[in-house]
Each structure stands twice: as structure tokens, then as C-alpha cells.
Design a protein around this ligand. Structure first.
Ligand SMILES: O=P(O)(O)OC[C@H]1O[C@](O)(CO)[C@@H](O)[C@@H]1O
Length: 323
């Protein structure tokens, strides 16, 4: 079955490698590269690498579309992005050789509500049980609840939506009534804290917040935790899983690879343990690769087999359990 990904605000990721970032000083870069990116594009790219048929919906600036079109052609991603006047934003990733990345996300095109309506129309045929992944920020010009309205429309038709949103878009989605909520969400810890309006000083507080969302009617809540991997919470259980090994290099897009793993596992009807293994393997497989690309299937399978999910409560009770 074809999977749909939605990206209202793609980005060209300009990764600048430098030895050390010293604010206020001149820094000579060692290398620069450009990748077609943005959360929805990255998810589609990883799903295509995993052999999944993908359609990509959303918006794209007319002035610099070529780098995206090359990626879509190379990976066989069906390009349903509506072209809008102007250029897609460039997001600068300052990658220090020690592994730290500083993101400077620039503004890009301004969209109109009519553009969002066209995206809604392009997804009007999506029906019960089908999977749609909605990720990333919204461009200027769209109402704060645009993503939430799309989630509600799709969920209302029985589609399973996987939402990876932040800020006001996440707030709007999590405020939807049961029945309009997404099937799955994947905030990171900071995004969940921002939504909850408090810091999770104890791991148990993060676990409680994830469980509360499941109780509200979201079937699967995944909270990404950086080097600690992710927490996976559903009505069937609660697990924590971390990558079997951490690669150095850019972490940009690892969360998107995890979202692709979640969507792929849902498409295959995997149980929570296997879903956690696959999602973690996708994230680990992307780490150390430039751009949002996955290794071959055999490597992903080996990574998934090496992941050791543990009960989330065991992780939460670990000594020194500041999240
Ligand atoms: O849509 P947002 O939240 O601004 O994030 C965009 C950035 O996130 C990434 O998709 C990585 O998750 C980058 O490719 C992109 O630059």
C-alpha cells in the first residue's frame, strides 16, 4: 500500500563542517554540502530506502525545486508537492568535528491558505486504515491549526496519522477531541515538555505525560530521547530502546528516520517490541550517514536484532534518572 507523507515546509539542509564553533569569531569551514531535507522529505526518503512506495504531499518553493526533484527521481518518490511562488528555505547545520550540531533554520516562502486547501484536496481520497505521516513546521502564511485540521480530517475518515510536530502545531493536534486525534505522535523530550508546560526533572514525569496521551486516545506515543533512544508507549505496553551503537557525525534527520521506522512498522502490523526495534534501527542506521538515507535492508535487520528494548518503568527508575 502506498504511504503518504506530508511536508508543508521542506528545507534545503546546508551542512557546514567546522572544527569548532566560536560565536563572535571568524570560523573557516572544512566542508559544505546541501541535501534536500525537511522532516516530511526525510521521512519519505527513508521510507523509499526501505522499499516502501511513497507519495509526498505538501508545498515546495518554485525557485529552487531542482535539488528536491533529483532526490524524488532517484528514490522513486511520487512528487505531489504543490509548487508555490518563492524559494524553499535553507537550514544551516553547523557541524563541529566533535559531533555537536547547531541549527540555524531560515525563513522561506510564504504560503496562502489556498495552498493548504490544495494539499487537503490532494489527500481527500485517503480512507480508513491508510497511513499518513505529517511532519515538520509550517511556513509563514498558514494558520497555526493547519496541520491539526488536516490530522482531524484524515482521522475522521479512519486514516492512521503519524504526527511529528512541535510548538503551536503540536499543541493544536493534542487539543483535538478523541476521534480526531492522530494514531501516533513522536515528540522529542523538549517538545513534550513545551506542550506540558513544565520540565521533566524525573524520567517518571515524562513517562506519565506519555501515558496520559495514550489514555486520551492516541494509540502510540513515542518520545525520542537523544542518546537514550526513545520511549514507546501504547495500550499494549511501555518500552525504552536505544541504538545498539552510536555513530559519530550529523544527527540531523535521525528523528525523521525513527518516524519512518514507526510508520513502516505500523504498515506491517508489528507489535510494540518489534516496532521499537525497527524504529530504533532506522534511526541508528541513518546516524553517521550524510543526508536522510538508510543502509541496505540486511544492515537494518542486523541493527533491529541487536536492539534490546526494556520496560519503560525500569528505565524510569534507573539511578540518576534525570531525563
Ligand atoms: O520543520 P522544522 O521543524 O523547522 O525542521 C526542519 C529541519 O528538521 C530536519 O528535518 C531534521 O529533522 C531537517 O532536515 C530540517 O532542516
Amino acid at each position: 500500500m502506498t504511504m503518504r507523507c506530508v511536508s508543508f515546509n521542506p528545507a534545503i539542509d546546508q551542512t557546514v563542517t567546522l572544527e569548532r564553533l566560536v560565536p563572535g569569531e571568524v570560523v573557516r569551514a572544512l566542508a559544505v554540502r546541501h541535501d534536500a531535507g525537511g522532516k516530511g522529505v526525510n521521512v519519505a526518503s527513508c521510507l523509499a530506502d526501505a522499499g516502501q512506495a511513497v507519495e509526498l504531499h505538501g508545498l515546495l518553493g518554485r525557485d529552487n525545486a531542482a535539488i528536491f526533484e533529483q532526490l524524488f527521481a532517484a528514490k522513486g518518490i511520487a512528487d505531489r508537492l504543490r509548487r508555490v511562488p518563492g524559494a524553499t528555505r535553507t537550514n544551516v547545520k553547523l557541524l563541529e568535528t566533535g559531533g555537536r550540531t547547531t541549527d540555524v533554520n531560515l525563513p522561506g516562502f510564504t504560503a496562502a491558505e489556498a495552498d493548504a486547501e490544495a494539499v487537503f484536496t490532494g489527500l481527500a481520497q485517503v480512507g480508513a486504515g491508510e497511513l499518513v505521516v505529517i511532519s515538520g513546521s509550517q511556513p509563514a502564511g498558514l494558520a497555526a491549526d493547519t496541520s491539526a485540521r488536516l490530522v482531524a480530517a484524515l482521522a475522521g475518515r479512519g486514516a492512521r496519522v503519524v504526527a511529528d510536530l512541535s510548538g503551536v502545531a503540536l499543541d493544536a493536534v493534542l487539543a483535538l477531541p478523541p476521534g480526531a486525534l492522530p494514531h501516533a505522535v513522536k515528540p522529542n523530550r523538549a517538545e513534550l515538555e513545551a506542550w506540558a508546560g513544565r520540565r521533566f526533572d524525573e524520567r517518571a514525569a515524562l513517562v506519565d505525560a506519555a501515558r496520559a496521551l495514550v489514555a486520551r486516545g492516541i494509540a502510540l506515543v513515542v518520545v525520542s530521547l537523544g542518546t537514550d533512544g526513545a520511549a514507546f508507549v501504547s495500550a499494549d505496553g511501555a518500552l525504552q530502546a536505544a541504538p545498539p551503537r552510536l555513530a559519530t557525525g550529523s544527527t540531523v534527520g535521525a528523528g525523521d528516520a525513527m518516524v519512518a521506522g514507526i510508520a513502516s512498522a505500523l504498515a506491517d502490523g508489528l507489535a510494540l517490541d518489534a516496532l521499537a526495534r525497527r524504529a530504533t534501527a532506522f534511526a541508528a542506521g541513518k546516524l553517521g550517514r550524510e543526508g536522510a538515507h538508510l543502509p541496505p535492508a540486511a544492515e537494518l535487520d542486523a541493527l533491529a536484532a541487536a536492539v534490546r528494548p526494556q520496560p519503560l518503568d525500569v528505565w524510569a527508575a534507573a539511578p540518576g534518572s534525570r531525563t
